[in-house]
Design a protein around this ligand. Structure first.
Ligand SMILES: C[S@@+](CC[C@H](N)C(=O)[O-])C[C@H]1O[C@@H](n2cnc3c(N)ncnc32)[C@H](O)[C@@H]1O
Length: 275
């Protein structure tokens, strides 16, 4: 007979190679399995563990570097919990900066209309809908699973009335008569031949790879946004794409403003453009 405390210690050894918080992750898996919270665990550490077989399966799955968010089916973003699922990109903390940047501009626009390209799990559109009263958003993706998940997250956060979801390859199925103040996007921006670390390989490749060079979709989004005379564009990008995108924009367009921003690790991570 083993206690929860003993089990956590024993199984965390299996996760040492995949995470720097192995014991914490075993606890997360245990609590997910038992549908309990941390306080319950602290009160029951010395009690007999009733679910060792099931826990072992989850820990072994995690030990293959399968993301913990796909096991527990949730992830936190901008202080809120979002449902996640296999086949849709897991939210990344750096994308919170994109939301902050969008808020800075949108707060000064009355009833803003926003188009999000590549909605994924819905984190960006749902957060903007939660934080801006009169906003109307059109959110597109090519991935059916992403659109379904994003809709579920919009419903979970009660903002489904503010977001219209459309299956669309970039702007293709977005009706021409819709007018937007801003396009926001965290598109796939990794070069097709880039060797991904094993944990990221479990995530959908069409959410990650942006073409032979990597910035092809970004350039397409820049071109179309400017052709359609949409005033603002805010995008996440790769740490090595500032120079090529800066050159591209300045060679082809005369824009009012172009600013690049960094993430918390000081890598170039995105840009804001006013057409
Ligand atoms: C990097 S993920 C971002 C997801 C989410 N917005 C986020 O920040 O977590 C890129 C998303 O773009 C979608 N996507 C890829 N190519 C696309 C295209 N041509 N048109 C529309 N969406 C696309 C992918 O399916 C994926 O959901």
């Amino acid at each position: 007979m083993k206690t929860y405390k003993q089990i956590i210690k024993e199984y965390s050894a299996l996760l040492r190679e995949v995470t720097h918080i192995p014991a914490k992750e075993v606890e997360i898996l245990l609590l997910y399995l038992l549908e309990k919270n941390t306080i319950w665990l602290h009160l029951n550490y010395e009690k007999e563990c009733s679910c060792e077989v099931e826990l072992k399966k989850l820990v072994q799955r995690r030990a293959t570097q399968y993301p913990i968010e796909y096991i527990t089916k949730q992830a936190s973003f901008y202080g809120e919990m979002f449902e996640v699922m296999d086949g849709v990109l897991i939210p990344r903390p750096e994308t919170e900066i994109l939301v902050d940047k969008a808020l800075e501009v949108l707060k000064d626009i009355k009833s803003p209309n926003v188009l999000e390209i590549g909605v994924g799990s819905g984190i960006i559109s749902v957060m903007l809908a939660l934080l801006i009263d009169e906003i109307e958003i059109v959110a597109v993706d090519i991935n059916d699973k992403a659109l379904e998940l994003a809709k579920r997250n919009a419903i979970k956060h009660q903002v489904e009335d503010k977001i219209r979801f459309i299956k669309s390859d970039l702007f293709t199925n977005v009706p021409d008569e819709l007018k937007f103040d801003m396009v926001v996007s965290n598109p796939p921006y990794i070069a097709d031949d880039y060797k991904l670390p094993k944990n990221v390989k479990y995530e959908p490749s069409n959410a990650l790879f942006g073409g032979e060079v990597g910035d092809e979709l970004l350039k397409n989004i820049i071109d179309t946004t400017l052709e359609k005379k949409i005033k603002y564009l805010l995008c996440e990008m790769g740490y090595d794409q500032k120079k090529p995108l800066n050159n591209y924009i300045n060679t082809h367009y005369k824009v009012q403003k172009l600013e690049f921003y960094k993430d918390l690790e000081d890598f170039d991570r995105g840009f804001f453009l006013k057409g």
